[in-house]
Design a protein around this ligand. Structure first.
Ligand code: NAP
Length: 483
């Protein structure tokens, strides 16, 4: 396995770099995944000396890595050089190119753009003008790549002028999560699920990403995007793809991503005709956080009294193909919800003929990504004891507790796997351009339908599991949300 010799991080003083990217790089270093010759160049506009920046990184790493050994932290930060560059001006690139190429380095470079997409174009041009965008160099880009299909295409076109598609790594950090990859293992590493994985046996699929936090200080950005563009377009649709896709012919990047894009292209369009029965928008009002603290409304958090941006969205999606026709995929995400929870619930149809007289003889497969990673299969079981009335059943979990299995091992940051993959040139867990375009096309349809029918967000109290109107979405099909 070959590895890039240089990692260049744009936006190195930002929130993402501090909380996720440097700690991930540190863990890769501490666990021996980084080759000895890998150098890290950190750039942002703020002036810092190498020493100042290394000391800051050491602090960020220690905040995240309990008990990090000082000599390991020291050997990690020694890999880092800091360059103060305003990437929107041509000046800094000579210095960057010289630094990268010093001592024969820069043979294979990964550029990571942890900045606003508004400056992606300037960076790509700057790199191209300095001969830094040719193969085998590659670029990693953070979300959001656009606000809609049009802006997505514009940004991707800009990046494509410097980096070819196979050297453009678009991050969706959900794909770096252990349980998300485990979904691939579960589906395609076990014979038992595949014969059941279709509309004949599966009644519905629910995918929920619930957050308990509000928008915090991201109000300006968030108000423009809302829950649908910020979460549904990427994370929720990626999870849906992994649940719904056909078995790929191999684990190769193309094989997996080609199957995912077929799912996205099979999503039934949501239009003005059905948007009110297929989607729910919500916005949080005052209430309480899970710790009992009073929580402000979205309008209070942002100061935007007139905002009609959704902080909650639910959609009953349908994948129109032979495998899934007629199975609703209930997708839901929101801020300031009752629980911080990401889970996928596969609900199986009831047995064709119940001999127990109960209503509950249905199985569910729960794939929980957050707060802990767990997979359980709800199995009907005889309730212990004797009974004068038939055989009462109860539902018990067959539990694959990854918490138990992984006891003693650290919970990884999703970015660790993704950075390692970018360094080793493995794009399987990154999003290709046509996937993004298919996802945006579907999302744009919903946004247009909301506009056409003037669908406004319904209020829900901070700390509630979303607006109560969400139940209409499932009850219409005789289903209910698994909370
Ligand atoms: P941020 O805190 O605003 O950081 C932006 C970084 O870009 C800073 O280091 C800033 O440093 C640098 N920068 C801005 N303008 C620059 C310029 N002209 N030249 C050079 N450097 C410049 O943003 P963030 O939260 O880290 O997010 C970075 C990207 O990741 C965004 O696209 C965001 O949407 C995405 N993302 C973030 C998160 C998260 O949890 N934070 C999660 C998912 C995706 P100076 O001001 O010193 O130049």
């Amino acid at each position: 396995m070959s590895m890039a010799d240089t990692f260049v991080l744009f936006g190195a003083t930002g929130d993402l770099a501090r909380r996720m990217l440097f700690p991930s790089l540190y863990f890769l270093h501490a666990e021996g995944f980084l080759a000895d010759n890998v150098r890290i160049f950190a750039t942002a506009r703020s002036p810092r000396t190498d020493e100042e920046f290394r000391a800051a990184v050491a602090d960020w790493v220690c905040e995240r890595a309990d008990g990090a050994e000082s000599n390991v932290v020291a050997s990690f930060v020694a890999r880092i050089s800091y360059l103060s560059i305003d990437v929107t001006t041509p000046e800094g690139y000579d210095e960057l190119a010289a630094a990268i190429r010093a001592d024969g380095g820069g043979q294979e470079v990964v550029f990571y753009l942890s900045t606003s997409p508004s400056i992606f174009g300037a960076v790509c041009k700057g790199l191209k003008d300095h001969g830094l965008s040719d193969a085998p160099h590659r670029i990693v880009v953070e979300k959001p790549i656009g606000y809609d299909l049009k802006t997505n295409i514009e940004i991707n076109d800009t990046v494509a002028q410097s980096f070819s598609e196979e050297r453009t790594f678009r991050i969706d950090h959900y794909l770096g999560k252990e349980t998300v990859q485990n979904l691939i293992a579960l589906r395609f590493g076990n014979r038992i699920f595949e014969p059941l994985w279709n509309a004949e046996t599966i009644k519905s699929v629910q995918i929920t990403i619930g957050e308990t936090l509000g928008v915090g200080d991201r109000g300006g950005y968030y108000d423009e995007y809302g829950a649908m563009r910020d979460m549904m377009q990427n994370h929720l649709l990626q999870l849906l793809c992994l649940v719904a896709m056909e078995p790929p012919s191999s684990l190769s990047a193309d094989a997996i991503r080609n199957e995912k894009v077929k799912v996205l292209r099979s999503l039934a369009p949501i239009t003005g005709q059905n948007v009110e029965s297929k989607t729910i928008r919500g916005q949080y009002t005052e209430g309480f956080a899970p710790d009992g603290e009073k929580a402000k409304s979205y309008k209070g958090d942002t100061g935007l009294e007139d905002s009609q941006t959704e902080t909650y969205v639910a959609v009953a999606a349908e994948v129109m193909n032979w495998r899934w026709a007629g199975v609703p995929f209930y997708l839901e995400t929101g801020k300031r919800m009752a629980e911080r929870k990401t889970h996928i619930v596969i609900a199986f149809r009831p047995v064709p003929h119940s001999i127990f007289g109960s209503e509950a003889d249905e199985n569910e497969l729960h794939i929980v990504l957050q707060p802990e990673e767990r997979i359980t299969l709800q199995i009907m079981n005889k309730r212990p004891g004797i009974s004068a009335q038939g055989m009462p059943l109860e539902e018990l979990p067959l539990n694959l507790s990854l918490v138990e299995r992984n006891k003693g091992t650290r919970r990884r940051i999703a970015y660790e796997q993704l950075i390692l993959d970018a360094l080793t040139n493995n794009p399987s867990l990154f999003v290709q351009r046509d996937e993004q375009e298919a996802a945006w096309r579907w999302i744009d349809g919903i946004a247009a339908a909301w506009g056409e029918r003037n669908v406004q967000p319904k209020a829900y109290k901070s700390g509630a599991p979303g607006p109560s109107a969400k139940h209409v979405l499932t009850e219409r099909n005789g289903h209910s949300w698994y909370e």
